[in-house]
Write a protein that binds this ligand. Structure first.
Ligand code: SF4
Length: 207
């Protein structure tokens, strides 16, 4: 488990409050709730998803519904959880109507909130979950199948890895070698290995 100072929590709270009254793009007119973050503020592991969907918009939480349950199972398979280990947020904070992709101007308008979340927490590992997050953070339109599972240099000397979105995994049920679910299993083990190494490092610095 990773702890962050109260001052960082306060900084995140200030950004959240600003976000809650945000009218910077047209999604403000159609949202039910702002979806700012989920999980635990954590300086080691952040997951960035795409945009809130139907259930997220209703509840004001990221990754609820079937995709969220699968994400929890993937983390649990290596002993991680959103309650103890992962800070979760999205590229944009309001739901695009009919779950369409966010428009470039919406991503640009919302960028300051995601940038602030990254800058305040300075996570060591950032997981880019799905195409929209990959495009926003890596600036590439390459297919996720090609770039998933590899580490890329991220902000503040972090390591970023693109991973499949759980919605995609729900649509591809095979577990055979080489299938998306099998590849996700390889990726989550690699992520856990790097995460555990960070945990060991921080334990040593305590003594
Ligand atoms: S999507 Fe982002 S920029 Fe647009 S209204 Fe919501 S919080 Fe503001």
């Amino acid at each position: 488990m990773s702890e962050v100072k109260d001052t960082l929590i306060e900084e995140l709270e200030k950004v959240k409050q600003k976000c809650f009254s945000c009218q910077k793009c047209s999604l403000a007119k159609t949202r039910t709730n702002i979806v700012f973050s989920g999980g635990i503020p954590n300086r080691k592991l952040m997951l960035i998803g795409e945009a809130p969907g139907y259930y997220e918009d209703k509840k004001g939480e990221p990754f609820v519904g079937k995709a969220g349950q699968l994400l929890d199972k993937i983390f649990a398979s290596v002993g991680l959880s959103r309650e103890n280990d992962v800070y979760i947020c999205n590229t944009i904070k309001c739901r695009p109507p009919d779950n369409r992709d966010p428009l470039p101007e919406e991503k640009e308008a919302c960028k300051e909130y995601l940038d602030a979340q990254i800058e305040i927490l300075k996570p060591r590992i950032i997981l880019l979950c799905g195409r929209v997050a990959v495009n926003s953070l890596l600036g590439t339109t390459q297919g996720i199948t090609k770039i998933r599972g590899k580490w890329y240099a991220g902000p503040n000397n972090s390591k970023m890895m693109p991973i499949f979105h759980p919605s995609y995994l729900l649509r591809n049920d095979s577990r055979e070698k080489g299938s998306p679910k099998w590849l996700m299993w390889q990726d989550i083990q690699e992520i856990k290995k790097v995460y555990s190494a960070l945990e060991e490092c921080s334990q040593k610095t305590l003594f």
